[in-house]
Ligand binder design. Structure first.
Ligand SMILES: [Fe+2]
Length: 317
């Protein structure tokens, strides 16, 4: 094994170069080095293995199921994806001309994955990197007034999900069910305030802290996707179109306010986007790589791209 990054500096991701290991050899390697890998994941926030022969969906699935357990469905997710098998999804079907802003997966939900597994079966022609930013670094660089306001008020994520005809994923796609009763139970279980807006469209309000302590290390981390839920990042033209279609922002497909309902100013969202942008890394994708992200320690996004791109993702507790 040839490590290309040192253990003393923080790198995102920490890269481990392997000698073109077959899937089963990689699984053996992983089990043997698990304490070291877990340690690097907690230090750096993400670990990327290069030189692992992953060239198909079933191989990716075999590997992730061998090195981790308790996989989660993308229930309650806010990004369009295609479920490819039991626990593997396309990373997102979101328009390739758009950058997906940085976020911690399902940070608006009461239950989020601890680890994310990615592989790239087909790199884009240009762009398409899975962007990464250290959640500790984001917090350290954030305007203290913004941090204080989020810590004291919390956040309230709002979604208006259509029932089959509208913008973004429907409630059936989002929750992987068409059974309203099942959905009502899910919302009650996870403290989601829900309302069937006109009998068919679902309106969700989810409170979240926005800044949390890491589940293992206890470090304070930026853990939210306020900027992603706020329509500002879509640009002025889109904002106008949404206003025409839905009226007030709280009826947009996605919106966010402080936990007590106070509006988050556009200047604040702008500053959040700029601060995160300054600490964001864009490691390029190659074939035969496996990326593991600690979902709390590192935020992720996706660069815009040209050409075809196939990235797979799985999420575990
Ligand atoms: Fe994501």
């Amino acid at each position: 094994m040839n490590r290309t990054t040192s253990t003393t500096e923080l790198v995102l991701p920490y890269i481990i170069q392997l000698d073109n290991l077959s899937p089963d050899k990689f699984i053996d390697y992983y089990q043997l080095n698990k304490p070291f890998i877990e340690e690097q994941l907690l230090i750096n926030g993400a670990v990327k293995f290069a030189g692992v022969e992953i060239n198909a969906l079933d191989i990716f699935e075999h590997i992730v199921h061998s090195i981790s357990t308790r996989f989660l469905n993308y229930v309650d997710g806010n990004s369009p994806r295609v479920k490819l098998s039991g626990s593997v999804y396309t990373s997102t079907e979101y328009d390739k001309s758009q950058v997906i802003t940085m976020h911690n997966e399902l940070s608006y939900s009461a239950k989020w994955p601890n680890k994310l597994f990615f592989t790239c079966l087909k790199p884009a022609e240009r762009g398409g990197e899975t962007l990464l930013a250290d959640s500790r670094e984001i917090l350290q660089n954030m305007n203290p007034d913004i941090v204080k306001e989020i810590e004291s008020r919390g956040l309230l994520y709002i979604r208006n999900l259509h029932s089959g005809d509208g913008m973004g994923p429907s409630w059936q796609e989002t929750f992987e069910t068409a059974d309203k009763k099942e959905l009502n139970n899910y919302c009650r279980k996870y403290n989601i305030n829900y309302e069937w807006a006109d009998g068919h469209n679902l309106r969700l309000k989810q409170p979240a802290r926005g800044i949390i302590n890491h589940r293992i290390t206890g470090e304070r981390i930026w853990f939210n996707q306020a900027d992603q839920f706020h329509p500002l990042h879509l640009g002025a033209e889109m904002m106008e179109a949404l206003e025409l279609m839905y009226g007030a922002p709280e009826y947009f497909p996605m919106y966010v306010s402080y936990g007590d309902g106070k509006e988050i100013s556009e200047d604040t969202i702008r500053e959040i986007l700029q601060t995160i942008g300054r600490v964001t890394k864009a490691p390029e994708w190659n074939k035969n790589e496996l990326l593991i992200i600690d979902n709390e320690l590192a935020a992720h996004g996706r660069n815009s791209f040209t050409g075809d791109r196939k990235v797979l993702v799985a999420m575990s507790e």
